[in-house]
Write a protein that binds this ligand. Structure first.
Ligand SMILES: *[C@@H]1O[C@H](CO)[C@@H](O)[C@H](O)[C@H]1NC(C)=O
Ligand SMILES: *[C@@H]1O[C@H](CO)[C@@H](O)[C@H](O)[C@H]1NC(C)=O
Length: 213
């Protein structure tokens, strides 16, 4: 009786989680993100990226075409349900569409790269919750600013399990130019493997207007 109740509960959780992860995965596929950035995107965890508007309103990204009206950031990060991974995690944010999606000659541009993300508290580590980085980011968050006339850019946030040598890596430092970044090369070089979660947004040249596609 107890066992079957547990199995039903687990099935219910698995279905709820899978449906959301599948939606995220298909949104990434629809936006051609895995091909563009040469990474396999098979998410196991829902990454929560939340922007706070000057009004105090907060907007959480949903891996679709919704764009927050204010993207100054920095955003806060979290995971929706934990999967028994305590961290630490690495979070990267990139724009592969610079200066334009049609001719991305200086891409990728790195908008964020930070490690040592851990759960804000032990309740969060069991049920999901806010992630905080315990060290300064390698690249602090840079606001999306596509140039006038460009189509909206994809701003992609990815969560990785932190590798042992992430903190010793010297490939990217706070003084490394943010242009001509290659996340798949970097991830391979520092042993991050493939991302375990992610989300993205489209942002057009005027961040106060909704992106047109
Ligand atoms: C700990 O995390 C949980 C889950 O996110 C949250 O509801 C709670 O407010 C947090 N507690 C503290 C003290 O931050
Ligand atoms: C990034 O590196 C991958 C190999 O990891 C390569 O296939 C790809 O062409 C590179 N992308 C850019 C924009 O240089």
């Amino acid at each position: 009786m107890l066992i079957s109740a547990c199995i039903i509960l687990l099935l219910g959780l698995a279905i709820a989680q899978d449906t959301s992860l599948l939606t995220v995965k298909s949104s990434f596929d629809d936006a051609n993100i895995p091909e563009t950035i040469h990474l396999i995107f098979d998410p196991r965890i829902l990454l929560d990226v939340t922007f706070f508007e000057p009004s105090g309103e907060s907007i959480t990204l949903h891996a679709d075409n919704d764009s927050p009206s204010a993207t100054a950031g920095p955003p806060s990060f979290g995971v929706v349900e934990n999967i028994g991974r305590p961290g630490p995690f690495v979070i990267a944010a990139i724009d592969p569409d610079v200066p334009t999606p049609q001719n991305p000659t200086v891409s990728q541009v790195r908008h964020f790269l930070g490690g040592n993300f851990v759960f804000a508290n032990t309740t969060a580590s069991k049920h999901g919750g806010r992630l905080v980085n315990t060290t300064p980011a390698v690249t602090e968050f840079q606001q999306p600013r596509p140039r006038a006339g460009s189509d909206p850019h994809r701003y992609i946030f990815l969560l990785f399990e932190q590798s042992k040598n992430f903190n010793d890596q010297t490939w990217i430092t706070p003084t490394t130019p943010v242009t001509f970044f290659n996340l798949s090369t970097f991830a391979a070089a520092v042993g991050l493997g493939q991302p375990i979660g992610g989300t993205f947004m489209f942002v057009g040249p005027d961040p106060t207007t909704k992106a047109q596609s």
